[in-house]
Design a protein around this ligand. Sequence first.
Ligand code: FES
Length: 615
Amino acid sequence: MKEHRLSLSDYSRDVFALPGTTIFECLARAGILVRTPCGGQGTCGKCAIISCDGAIAPSEECLKFFSDKEIAEGMRLACKTKLNSDAVVKVPKESLFDKELLYLGFDDDANLPAKDPPVDILQFSLPEPSLENQLTDLESLRNSLGDIEVGLDILRELPLFLRQNAFKGEAIVFQNEILALRAPSSTPSLYAVSIDLGTTSVVLSLFDVKSGRLVQSGGFMNPQAKFGDDVISRISAQKESRENLEEMRRCVVDSANSLIQDICNSKKISREEIYLISVAGNTVMELFLCGIPAGQLGEIPFAPPFKNSILMDASKLGFNLNPNAKIHLFPVIGGFVGGDIVAGILSSELPSQPGKVLFVDVGTNGEIVFSDNGKMLGGAAAAGPAFEGARIDCGMRAAPGAIEKILISDGDIAYNVIRNVEPLGICGTALIDITAELLRLGVLDQYGRLLDSEEAPASVPPAIRRRIRPDSSGNSLEFFICRARDGKDISVSQKDFRELQLASGAIRASILIILKSAGVSPNNLDTVLLAGAFGNFIRRKNAKTIGLIPDIPDSKILYIGNASAAGAAALVMSKSKMMEADKIAGAVEYVEVSQDPDFQDEFASSLIFPEAGVP
Ligand code: FES
């Protein structure tokens, strides 16, 4: 069958594909990722492209989504249109996956205490065998290093190694097993990698195990995004074919390998000196990394195939490190409370924190763990992607160009844009801000209804009042924020406020169910720990105003940064942390929040904003 040519006008690049290939897939083949918050269902419009020569026929979904004028201008949904002739397309910047997404890594001078690293260098100097000393090589080695495991590969190497190095050397030991033998060195070096494997972004750090020093931290967008922005879309993609699962596994490993190689090149370190890698991800990410299907997580009882940590040769998964390097994957608590949360509990030392402490990681899947002097209960809230800017008309992730903060100042709004560039859209934190501000002004009522300028209280400043206007359909209202870089308006629609209500309500209801299971009232909490990249940027007062987190004094609400990345890093420096991770996963009682008989009622009442208009 003859392939068609798709020319990418902005990239001086052509891609060839068989007739019937979606434009999304053609672009992905050319290495251009477009956003797919709805997982390619044709409902979000974020994957819009422009058919420059009109050669791409609009599908039914396009006709529903775009106006006649936009269709005439060539607007099409990449996920729902197919290549059936040669064509030329343009990909608007707003449709591109945010390559520059901000990620929360470590400070450059981060140092971790390297007290009892699971992988270590043990030096030895053995007596040479003689007629008087008839000990075998292995006996001599064990006399020097203790009762240590020696596999067949090392045993094969040992006799020659000892004789070539005058019976001196160093052994790289993981727990109780020799991974490698090396000639003695005056500056022995040993490295380990930690990975926080997020659905959206991945944070990777290389540590010098001997000193605990961070060599370098970096990040990349999770390349699985081409299968959908969220875990549910990726589970669907994986169900479609075994190849999709393998591709999702491989693309993450390839990206990690290439970042590790870049760091090694720039720091003049050999990959061969990396002997341990620790990965903390949500349950689905960890399963996919191992090439294990996760379809059962989409069905009651949402049970993961296993919960324990996984320890194996890193080469088995395709990591290019020392060939004998090990990989450790964090244990999980349940289908939707994964290894990233165990890592977060580990780094925040939640079990040993005194009093009643609530740990919340706000995201598409909000994870909640409550600890009462170490007795822990945890569960997850399906918040949906609103906090990530998805399903929000002008929403985007926290990337350059995103309005990330909005406040009312001098009778009008003031806003802050990431990297101080022309605005492109609005991200989750700013959506919370404007919702809270409008609730306080009374422009948004307790039920999330945006009042028109006539209805709004007399105290609302005129500049704010003028921003309330009919949306493009004329049937509903929106709140205008500003003109975007592309000339379009950035507004928050009535539908957007509803999306935020749903996301915030899901988290609030889940918190209440977990606290109810523990027999604790929100007012009795001693501390709330906000974890994760998103949690770190939320304004506490506004999060409380919309009811996302319990209304306790700000001083009791602490940001703990990327607790998952910190936990993954702590593990490569400490044998005891590795053991503790398994204990934590076993100690958290898993609450299947959505199946609790009170959940629907709690959710319904959580959709009402608390004490609207009251700060
Ligand atoms: S409409 Fe194409 S990804 Fe949502």
